[in-house]
Design a protein around this ligand. Structure first.
Ligand SMILES: Nc1ncnc2c1ncn2[C@@H]1O[C@H](COP(=O)(O)OP(=O)(O)OP(=O)(O)O)[C@@H](O)[C@H]1O
Length: 402
């Protein structure tokens, strides 16, 4: 396999969109008679340069609106860059926007032929692949139905089936795969694996960081239209988490700024939440096997009887991975008045690589939330090679017979 023949060359590409915004009533009155809208330039890509070698699988990651789909579409030739150049070699198959490439009034069968011909296949070649395409899509019963009656999952099934059967050198896949059900997603990822073995080049946009570390041999992190990192996937994922964390802090600050005065003064509150591993400082990484100590301080101006202290740990995608509360540990906290600190000690924690957030909650005896601090504090579990997932365990492995 020739590793270093560039299949795609992106040279200093920038893309400007013109955004039209409705003017406020005041602006419309001041500029009476002129257009109701004003225009603003928006740079979705800024001076992006990339070279993608033959046989590589590249993941594009970044926050919402960072330019991933725009970059994929420029590589696919669907949109033209405002400046810079794109060079591409070989046959391209692209799964970009849902429905792109399909004609609503045509049936699935007609669309397969139309799509394949757009991708460069003759009718005879398509005849050869047709049964495999339908088989792969799993929507045989609907192949003679107009695609406007398809569900989004059916759409993607057929589109992906066509894309992978037209013998592409370069496959571009936007997040559309997420629309398919789990079984189909697995099938697509298996297909992507076999494409990798065949030395085809794949560019993938996904929000699944697991897919990035599992499938890609390189990842490009975009932020505000710029390449922030280009290299080893797990390092890109780590930097991406930092970007998300910065955003989260900015949003939390903005939220606090607008909501501060709305917190009822007569209520109890969570004064602070901290986290650290036993024997390590706050902010140090937490390793599998550590004891995790979460300390939360609460207070109530007038006295809250039989109160409940609760914490929940979420992963970076916001999925809860652990939660507990004082009654579970048979702790009767009495009346809350003076600042009181509760320590949750989670022994021998086994979290997988990544960032985790602790949500802190103060409840009354009826379990009504008195004060919630979402994402009060976070901790990081370092990268472990060849280990993915939320739970990190110290596994045993042995040969049980040859
Ligand atoms: N046709 C368009 N006209 C105007 N603005 C656009 C257009 N297409 C994209 N944008 C803007 O460009 C920016 C980048 O969009 P893009 O879809 O590439 O982001 P993304 O990283 O794929 O985001 P997401 O993770 O949400 O899918 C966004 O702010 C988007 O609003």
């Amino acid at each position: 396999m020739a590793e270093h023949v560039p299949v795609v060359e992106v040279n200093d590409v920038s893309k400007r969109f013109i955004i039209r915004k409705e003017k406020s009533l005041k602006e419309r009155l001041v500029n009476a008679g002129r257009s109701k809208q004003f225009k603003e330039d928006f740079w979705a890509l800024k001076n992006v340069s990339l070279e993608i070698g033959s046989g590589q699988t590249i993941g594009l990651i970044g926050p919402n609106g960072s330019g991933k789909s725009t970059l994929l579409k420029t590589i696919g030739g669907i949109i033209q860059p405002t400046s810079g150049t794109i060079r591409r070699r070989g046959r391209l198959a692209a799964l970009l926007e849902l429905g792109a490439g399909f004609h609503q009034d045509l049936t699935g069968r007609e669309n397969v032929y139309l799509n394949a011909s757009i991708l460069g296949l003759s009718r005879k070649q398509t005849d050869l692949y047709f049964d495999d395409i339908v088989e792969f899509s799993g929507i045989k019963d609907f192949i003679d139905t107009q695609v406007k009656f398809y569900s989004s999952g059916m759409y993607v099934r057929l589109a992906f089936a066509v894309a992978v059967h037209v013998d592409p050198d370069l496959l571009l896949v936007d997040e559309v795969l997420a629309v398919g059900d789990e079984a189909f997603q697995r099938k697509c990822l298996d297909k992507i694996r076999s494409f990798q073995r065949e030395g085809r080049t794949i560019v993938l946009v996904t929000h699944s960081l697991g897919q990035i570390t599992e499938f890609c041999d390189r990842a490009v992190l975009l932020n505000k239209g710029e390449v922030l990192f280009d290299g080893v996937p797990h390092e890109a994922v780590r930097d991406f988490r930092d970007v998300l964390e910065e955003r989260r802090q900015d949003e939390a600050e903005a939220h606090n700024a607008t909501h501060e005065e709305q917190v009822p003064v007569n209520n109890g509150r969570i004064v602070s939440t901290t986290v650290h591993a036993a024997g390590r400082a706050e902010g140090d990484p937490v390793h599998p096997g550590d004891d995790l100590i979460v300390r939360v301080t609460y207070e109530h101006p007038t006295g809250l009887p039989d109160w409940i202290a609760a914490i929940q740990i979420d992963n970076v995608q916001g999925v809860p991975v652990y939660g507990t509360a004082s009654p579970r540990m048979k702790l009767d906290l009495g009346v809350l008045r003076e600042p009181t600190t509760v320590e949750f000690v989670l022994h021998d924690v086994q979290f997988g690589t990544g960032k985790y957030f602790i949500n802190s909650t103060l409840m009354n005896r009826e379990r009504a939330h008195v004060h919630d601090v979402p994402q009060a504090v976070s901790f990081d579990v370092p990268y472990y090679d060849l280990a993915v997932g939320i739970v990190h365990s110290t596994p045993e492995i042995r040969v049980v017979g040859a």
